[in-house]
Design a protein around this ligand. Structure first.
Ligand SMILES: [Zn+2]
Length: 165
């Protein structure tokens, strides 16, 4: 089954075929690749079991259908985690490490400078994506993965109803 078909019918899909390019692409990685592997594994675990999956299940249980892991704008590379194209709502549920959550992001002790630059670039990319989307009339909802899923789902629902009317 293709990704788009799965997205269209809003079925819960466990895991992603591809890592989010906004998080992981890089041309110059540090030598300590074990750190990256470890982080990626932690992240993968969170992604499969964490906030985003819980939010999707909550929405789905209410009969709400949505796209997942999609490009809101065809001429921009960034992807939203959940959303609606016709209503122009993009939801991002940001991982605490990769998006530098002030509460939970701890900088790796090795290659600290590289990681700081990397995470700064990620944050800058997030801010730019928000600005571009808003300039084109999109509602941007950005959450941390540490937020309670039922609160995230409730906030999404509120925006969805507002945009539907
Ligand atoms: Zn956090």
């Amino acid at each position: 089954m293709t990704r788009s078909l799965v997205s269209r019918i809003g079925r819960t899909r466990y895991g992603r075929a591809m890592p989010n390019p906004a998080d992981s692409h890089s041309s110059s990685r540090p030598a300590a690749s074990t750190e990256i592997v470890r982080r990626n594994m932690q992240r993968q675990k969170r992604r499969d079991t964490g906030c985003e999956m819980a939010v999707r299940r909550l929405l789905h249980a209410e009969g709400i259908r949505y796209r997942v892991d999609f490009k809101p704008l065809s001429d921009e590379r960034f992807r939203a985690d959940i959303g609606w194209k016709t209503r122009r709502i993009a939801v991002f549920i940001d991982g605490c490490f990769w998006h530098a959550c002030p509460q939970h992001c701890t900088m790796p002790k090795r290659n600290t400078e590289w990681w700081e630059a990397k995470l700064r670039a990620n944050s800058a990319r997030d801010q730019r994506a928000d600005a571009v989307l808003r300039s084109r009339g999109w509602a941007v909802l950005r959450f941390w993965e540490h937020e309670p899923p039922h609160e995230v789902a409730a906030a999404i629902r509120t925006h969805l109803m507002r945009r539907a009317s």
